[in-house]
Design a binder for this molecule. Structure first.
Ligand code: UP5
Ligand code: MG
Length: 190
């Protein structure tokens, strides 16, 4: 890469599309650092910090946490990782997140990896997950779907207009989804 900026892939897709599952595979084979914004926010909410209650409430309601909070967590994790290739999973979720990231970091993503999955399939996956997430109930799931369509899909469309979206059909087995995903990362093997 010509610049000193790290390689950043934004991994987007609806709730339960398989972002986390596929990121684990990419980490194993391509040495990326996986940063799930949702995981960072859940850890932050459990850490007893002063905005922990706000974050907990917003997650339960599927609302998007203000970018100041999320970007600070991402920046800190990127620094601490010592890596230079990142999968940023579940972020940016709206135009405000996106604009703020570019402004604060001074660079944009290399590309967007978009997992495209029908809602009914995502709903079944989330209801079957059983990891104790406060937002894996039908009421929270419906709110998450609505926010995804209204706020997050416009981010995907924005990157589509720049020709930066790699869309992967996510309504297949995890292995089949990964077979399509991994091709996109061969240029980043080094
Ligand atoms: N599974 C995965 N792939 C499968 C396949 N191909 N076939 C069959 N099953 C498959 O997968 C979900 C479940 O499906 C798992 O049980 C898996 O085994 C199975 P997973 O890989 O976990 O999907 P993922 O897309 O990561 O789903 P997740 O629920 O994490 O997505 P969300 O986008 O909803 O959650 P996230 O953690 O990113 O965000 C949660 C909340 O945090 C948001 O709603 C929001 O309130 C907040 N948030 C912010 O405010 N800002 C941010 O920047 C990020 C999050
Ligand atoms: Mg996830």
């Amino acid at each position: 890469k010509a610049s000193a900026n790290p390689t950043v892939v934004f991994v987007l897709g609806g709730p339960g599309a398989g972002k986390g599952t596929q990121c684990s595979n990419i980490v194993r084979d391509y040495g990326f650092c996986h940063l799930s914004a949702g995981d960072l926010l859940r850890a932050h909410m459990k850490s007893g910090s002063k905005d922990g209650n706000m974050v907990a409430e917003m997650i339960k309601n599927g609302q998007i946490v203000p970018s100041e909070v999320t970007i600070l967590l991402l920046q800190k994790a990127m620094k601490e990782s010592g890596k230079d290739k990142f999968l940023i999973d579940g972020f940016p979720r709206n135009a405000e997140n996106r604009d703020a990231f570019e402004k604060v970091m001074g660079f944009d993503c290399d590309f967007v990896l978009f997992f495209d999955c029908p809602e009914d399939v995502m709903e079944t996956r989330l209801l079957g997950r059983n990891e104790g997430r406060t937002d894996d109930n039908i009421e929270s799931i419906r709110k998450r779907f609505k926010v995804f369509i209204e706020s997050s899909m416009p981010v995907v469309q924005y990157y589509e207009s720049l020709g930066k979206v790699n869309r992967v059909i996510a309504n297949k087995s995890p292995e089949a989804v990964y077979a399509d995903t991994k091709k996109l990362f061969d240029p980043y093997l080094k």
